[in-house]
Design a protein around this ligand. Structure first.
Ligand code: SF4
Length: 240
């Protein structure tokens, strides 16, 4: 049985609320990752696994400002053009699987409409490469770092099916794990940044940052506030 980590988790997360900012929050999540994995080898991801990247993530303008340069450092122009093409196919307003979801005006509606997208098995993140790498791994969003290492409550761990299966095969339960409390991380994540910060689906950011050559521009741009794309405010995210 590993040592009790709860006090160490609290030490790592306790300063997050003082001056909430995304870089500090991401660093804390990375530290929690190391602690949880060290205590529970059963939670180490299988090599080459990208199961948790078969979903569509919501990110903020701040996260995109970190992810965009990481995409330029971590992928070739051809890879970025493929990412843009995939995002454009998903978001095609006439034929794309996201076409209904693009009319959503709040997070609740968007999430409900996205369930139909999921049912059609359009789950692969646009940044996931054919060899199961995240094309912007170094700058990946907060939720991608936290998943599998944190819990909303003891009975609501954010674990993937692979981990649940491993626990079952070992005759263990998720209740035996020491996972970090997600609440202070989420709170700091939602509190930091500009007052008018907006969130949207990751492919929306990709499409809005394509240049004339189909590559991604280098400078992040704000999401449009005119309703042309579904965007969420901090309040939407806080109540979700
Ligand atoms: S951004 Fe990267 S880590 Fe996150 S879901 Fe997409 S491919 Fe996976």
């Amino acid at each position: 049985m590993p040592a009790d980590l709860s006090a160490a988790f609290t030490r790592v997360t306790s300063d997050l609320g003082d001056n909430p900012n995304l870089i500090a929050t991401l660093e804390v999540v990375d530290t929690l990752n190391v602690m949880v994995e060290g205590a529970h080898p059963i939670l180490r991801c299988p090599s080459g696994c990208a199961r948790c990247c078969h979903q569509q993530v919501y990110i903020s303008e701040e996260e995109w400002a970190i992810l965009l340069p990481a995409l330029h450092r971590g992928s070739t122009a051809d890879e970025r053009r493929r990412i843009v093409r995939r995002a454009r196919r998903l978001l095609d307003r006439k034929r794309g699987p996201f076409r209904r979801a693009l009319r959503a005006r709040n997070l609740e509606e968007l999430s409900r409409l996205m369930q139909n997208v999921d049912r059609r098995r359009v789950q692969r993140c646009v940044l996931l490469t054919s060899d199961n790498r995240c094309a912007g791994y170094e700058g990946r969003p907060m939720i991608c770092r936290a998943f599998g290492r944190v819990a909303h409550t003891v009975n609501l761990p954010m674990l993937c099916k692979i981990f649940f299966d491993r626990l079952r095969d070992a005759g263990e339960s998720h209740e035996s794990l020491q996972l970090a409390d997600f609440a202070p991380v989420r709170q700091a994540y939602l509190q930091g940044g500009a007052e008018d910060l907006r969130w949207s689906l990751l492919p929306v950011f990709v499409v809005l940052h394509a240049d004339d050559d189909g590559d991604l521009v280098r400078e992040p741009r704000p999401l449009p506030r005119d309703g042309s794309w579904p965007t969420m405010t901090r309040e939407d995210m806080e109540h979700f």
